[in-house]
Design a protein around this ligand. Structure first.
Ligand code: F6R
Length: 614
């Protein structure tokens, strides 16, 4: 949601800023703009629609040379996605330009104050008030850093603000509260980005900023301060992936590339988790054994795909640890007065680490003195920084808007957490834990085997191009997989798709079944598992009513073949780990169907990768 880029250094800022915006396109946006400082004046251009529109305009009417600039891709909140509402916004006299991510909640009151003082607003945005306020401060004699500190003290809500002042050419000043911003540290040049992808081709050295901090960038330095004007420090870190990870590498979509990266991603998520004696070690979990032993309730929070990973985790964590485990959408959890105590562990799952709903949920949990453990993919992001403990998923950057390797590595992290808690609390024997861990270590190869069958899914997508509605059924740990399969299809193919627990069918949803309706059915592993037979019965029931069944079952499961119109085979694994494999055909199917329907798979309509507003 909104991409932000800032640059000061010897290079032509326009190129650096536009390239940075391109790398942030995946976040989702509906207009783009740029401001450069040239000869003690600001020059800007901003256009509704894709970045290509802005680039075309810049090619037709180039902006003058400049080595200081800011750029923005906007995901509309206040005001329609038009040229006029696109960022940057200027102060009254055009001396200060501002870009913004987030929502300034008290903008109406500030706008009224400015208008009564004679300021005329040129947009419908909340952002414009910040431009006017900043400009007023610098015109009254403050430098841009001081102006930013003063203005931020007046704002409520969530914001990253980045500003340039025509009178201070080699300087970019930014501030953050509840919204992402990272500094890129170069040699004689410095960068700002909503995330490191914005500057990864220039530097892999980054600086994490704290909450309510202002940062001032010049060519030779980066100075951090608080909103109160006191000196502060950012936290430097090295980005452990490079430019190639932020490029498509020969694939048509980032999403497809990320699907095929899953064998590696899953292996990386598992790397280094056992000590020399084969026992699990989770060094990143900065909680003492006593604290872990005292936990008497777990609440997992997340949104969308991360929430579904949490639903899978519940089956595994409760089974292995015998600790009651609830799973809740972050935004529902936050506003329902949940029962939280010092012995409740809240597990926050977030690929981006910036989802505002989840961030607010963990803040609430910590205010109630519960411990928060984040499962996150993005180093330096806000959610792990504000948590008591973290397990990083090490999936590498996920750029396709639809989460794929984010999900499977979140599953791994949750499995590891469950097993680690079982080890610490003695709820499983050592050899039982070792058996599951060894099975987990075999998952990268199993994931690869499923992906090797991609052509079958592509052919299936070709046969289902006319589908108008698709259902997904699962039971037990396969139920969240059904929900995730439906979500992927909704967001990518814009099709009506719904996931159900198979046991719930007869309580209503079976009325939806009509001849030819495609239904994906995730069949639990065979063997002693009674779930399997119940799922097979459910498939028979819908088949009898004319559904077109697409059945995902173990490779040697013949019991279900007679009721399957299409059969998709999965390697044999235990019930709790099956979601890791069963989700893969559903990812491939959604990606391919959306491609065949001509949709933009990496940037589906209306969606943003990082949902940084509540
Ligand atoms: C769906 C998807 C979203 C995210 C959700 C949470 O494919 O990607 O549903 O899972 O917005 O995002 P994070 O994990 O970044 O908190």
């Amino acid at each position: 949601m909104c991409g932000i880029v800032g640059y000061v250094g010897p290079q032509q800022a326009q190129g650096v800023v536009i390239e940075g915006l391109r790398r942030l396109e995946y976040r989702g946006y509906d207009s783009a703009g740029i401001a450069l400082v040239h000869d003690e004046q600001l020059v800007t251009d901003k256009r509704a629609g894709k970045l290509a529109n802005l680039e075309k305009a810049l090619a037709e009417q180039p902006l003058p040379a400049s080595t200081t600039g800011i750029g923005h891709t906007r995901w509309a909140t206040h005001g329609a996605p038009t040229d006029r509402n696109a960022h940057p916004h200027l102060g009254r006299d055009g001396r200060v330009a501002v870009i913004h991510n987030g929502i300034i909640e008290n903008f109406a009151e500030l706008r009224a104050e400015l208008e009564s003082a004679g300021h005329e607003m040129r947009s419908d945005t909340d952002t414009e008030v910040a431009a006017h306020l900043l400009e007023q401060e610098v015109e009254d004699g403050a430098d841009l850093t001081t102006a930013m500190q003063r203005v931020c003290r007046r704002l409520t809500g969530a914001f990253t603000l980045v500003a340039v002042d025509a009178a201070e050419p080699d300087r970019v000043v930014a501030a953050r509260r509840n919204s992402p911003l990272v500094v890129g540290l170069g040699d004689g040049e410095n960068f700002l980005g909503s995330d490191v992808a914005a500057f990864i081709e220039h530097t892999r050295e980054a600086l994490e900023l704290g909450q309510d901090q202002v940062v001032t960038l010049t060519r030779d330095g980066v100075a951090v301060s608080t909103f109160e004007g006191e000196a502060a420090e950012g936290k430097p870190y090295h980005v452990d992936w490079d430019l190639s990870a932020a490029e498509k590498g020969g694939f048509d979509w980032f999403m497809r590339k990320e699907i095929f990266e899953q064998p590696h991603a899953v292996a990386d998520a598992l790397l280094g988790r056992r000590d020399a004696d084969g026992k699990l070690q989770l060094d990143e979990v900065r909680m003492s054994v006593d604290e872990l032993r005292s936990i008497d309730k777990i609440i997992i929070v997340g949104c969308g795909t991360a929430f579904y990973a949490g639903l899978v985790a519940k089956y595994a964590i409760e089974h292995w640890t015998r600790i009651p485990c609830e799973v809740e959408l972050s935004h529902e959890f936050r506003y329902r007065d949940p029962i939280l105590t010092r012995t409740t562990l809240v597990v926050a799952i977030s690929q981006s680490g910036e989802t505002a709903d989840t961030l607010m949920a963990i803040r609430h949990a910590r205010e109630q003195h519960s411990k928060v453990l984040a499962i996150c993919n993005t180093n330096g992001s806000t959610i792990p920084r504000e948590s008591d403990a973290v397990i990083y998923t090490h999936a590498g950057p996920e750029i396709g808007v639809a989460s794929t390797k984010g999900f499977t590595t979140q599953l791994i992290a949750n499995y590891l957490l469950g097993l680690y808690l079982a080890q610490v609390r003695g709820s499983m024997f050592g050899d039982e834990i070792a058996k599951v861990t060894t099975e987990l270590e075999g998952m990268p190869a199993a994931v690869q085997r499923v992906l090797d069958g991609a052509d079958e899914l592509y052919a299936l997508a070709g046969r289902m191009r006319d589908a108008r509605s698709v259902l997904f059924l699962g039971r037990h740990a396969g139920y969240p997989v059904a929900l995730e399969g439906a979500l992927k299809l909704k967001e990518l193919a814009y099709l009506h798709a719904e996931g159900f627990a198979a046991g719930e069918l007869k309580h209503g949803p079976i009325a939806l079944i009509e001849p030819g309706l495609p239904v994906f059915c995730v069949v639990p592993p065979q063997g002693r598992d009674f779930l399997h037979d119940k799922m097979v019965s459910a498939i028979q029931e819908i088949r009898a009513r004319g559904a077109r069944t697409i059945v995902l079952a173990e490779e040697d499961d013949e019991s279900v073949a007679a009721y399957a119109d299409e059969m998709l085979r999965l390697p044999r694994v235990s019930t709790l780990l099956q979601p890791l494999l069963a989700v893969l055909p559903l990812q491939l199917f959604a990606c391919e169907l959306a491609t065949q329907l001509g949709h933009d798979v990496d940037q589906p309509r209306n969606l943003a990768k990082s949902v940084t507003v509540e």
